[in-house]
Design a protein around this ligand. Structure first.
Ligand SMILES: CC(C)(COP(=O)(O)OP(=O)(O)OC[C@H]1O[C@@H](n2cnc3c(N)ncnc32)[C@H](O)[C@@H]1OP(=O)(O)O)[C@@H](O)C(=O)NCCC(=O)NCCS
Length: 421
């Protein structure tokens, strides 16, 4: 039975919300008020940068997803990327390859706009098989509030909805300096204010009181494990978003957090900064677990954001438009992509004069063979070429060229992404 995928209008959303309510029981779309709230949120996203697509079989909606058109900092250049979210299939039609068709449709949609797609997976292996590769992991630290670094506190204040323009400026300044970050608009801050648990504090430049140079979104949480249900005054601070544009503003936000230590046990911070633990003299997470021989447990980590290259020639032109190698090299790139065979095949890339492009020359110096999932991670910088080869996720015909290829592929930055979708 054929499947037709088409864009849903506002009027078609009711059936999609019914599918969503069964696909995501955790988000609790149960009452008419829940449905109304979700519908309003979806409609708001349609007015910003999103579209909802539905999969129809014999005229009946059997699944759908939301696609986002984003702008991303890709190694200093702002590019278009597409995000896939809210994938949901009618419980009566699961395991009928409806999701597969939606993902293929998303890939085609993305190819018309960009060379890169991204998503947050409900299960990493499900999307790895579909050619998505892992991005940078999210690390969660749990630092004792009384061991946070503290300085003289200045120019910190609470921020509210009225301060969105400051937040936007601060976030986008950070995003323009960090590979992988999605550029935001005013509407993309809506989710921060929707959650009534959220508090936002910011630090303003001491010479310019209109310039927000760091902020932190946080909420209070009972300290876990809550051994005594009646215990009062045992809270942690959970930092959901920490953005800073210089070391001084970071240290001001940390000082603000440190000054809560009389009422707060731990500061829990999510970050994709792999060097973050260097900030704290005691980065241990309180578990007292020691990994042999003597490694004190510091944090937990999770895989999340995944990336997929959908158009190899366009990617090659963008990725290699400026490289740190002035010599000449001819690379044969052989890629497998079983999910989207249009990508599979051999690409000849000629590097010279600090750039690389697709070439007709079929006499390469070297061949790199790999699969689209690790290749997507390589392209994003979340996996280095050296690690890809060391772990056996690809092969290189001659190790002699590895240092050169490392220079060509490595931009020295892992991607970070702070935008949920
Ligand atoms: C997760 C969910 C979307 C899956 O939907 P589904 O329509 O049942 O999934 P599909 O039938 O399309 O399964 C994927 C198919 O793609 C196939 N596939 C994956 N990679 C492939 C590849 N490289 N080549 C060929 N086929 C591939 C899989 O083998 C699978 O088919 P199979 O079951 O015959 O093995 C659905 O269960 C759901 O709505 N869950 C709840 C909501 C949710 O978690 N959404 C995801 C949020 S990110």
């Amino acid at each position: 039975m054929s499947l037709k995928i088409e864009e849903l209008s506002e009027g078609d959303l009711e059936d999609f919300i019914t599918i969503l309510s069964n696909a995501y029981p955790d988000i609790k779309i149960e009452t008419p008020e829940d449905r109304k709230r979700h519908k309003e949120r979806i409609i708001a996203s349609l007015k910003s940068n999103a579209r909802v697509f539905g999969a129809f079989r014999e005229g009946k909606l059997v699944g759908g997803a939301r696609y986002h058109d984003f702008k991303m900092n890709f190694y200093g250049k702002v590019i278009d990327v597409c995000g896939l979210g809210m994938v949901a299939v009618d419980l009566l039609h699961k395991k009928e390859k409806i999701c597969k068709e939606i993902v293929l449709h998303f890939i085609e949609y993305t190819r018309n706009r960009a060379f890169l797609g991204m998503l947050y997976p409900f299960r990493p292996d499900f999307y790895y098989k579909m050619g998505f590769g892992f991005g940078t992991r999210m690390e969660q630290y749990r630092i004792k509030a009384n061991s946070m670094p503290m300085r003289k506190k200045e120019n910190i204040r609470f921020l509210s909805k009225e301060d969105v323009s400051y937040l936007l400026y601060c976030y986008n300044t950070f995003a323009q300096n960090r590979h992988g970050m999605l550029i935001r608009n005013t509407a993309s801050f809506g989710h921060l204010f929707e959650d009534i648990q959220n508090r936002i504090v910011g630090h303003f430049d001491k010479d310019n009181e209109d310039k927000l140079d760091a902020y932190c979104v946080f909420s209070f949480k009972p300290t876990m494990p809550s051994s005594m249900p009646d215990t009062l005054f045992q809270n942690d601070i959970f930092v959901k978003e920490l953005v800073y544009n210089n070391p001084n503003s970071l240290s001001q936000i940390l000082t603000f957090l440190a000054t809560q230590s009389d009422q707060v046990n731990n500061i829990i911070i999510n970050t994709q900064d792999e060097d973050f633990y260097h900030l704290f003299p005691d980065p241990r997470n309180g578990s007292n677990r020691v990994i042999p021989s003597v490694y004190h447990e510091t944090n937990t980590a999770g895989v999340g954001i995944m990336y997929r290259v959908v158009d190899i020639p366009i990617l090659i032109n963008s990725l290699f438009s400026k490289i740190d190698y002035e010599g000449r090299l001819k690379l044969k790139l052989t890629l497998t992509d079983s999910f989207y065979p249009k990508n599979s095949g051999t690409y000849y890339i000629y590097f010279s004069d600090c750039k690389g492009s697709i070439s007709d020359d079929r006499e390469p110096d070297i061949e790199l063979v790999t699969d689209i999932s690790p290749f997507s991670s390589l392209v994003m910088g979340s996996l280095s070429l050296r690690s890809l080869l060391r772990l056996g996720l690809g092969t290189l015909s001659d190790d002699k060229y590895l240092p050169t290829l490392m220079r060509i592929f490595s931009k020295g930055e892992k991607p970070i992404c702070m935008t949920p979708f």
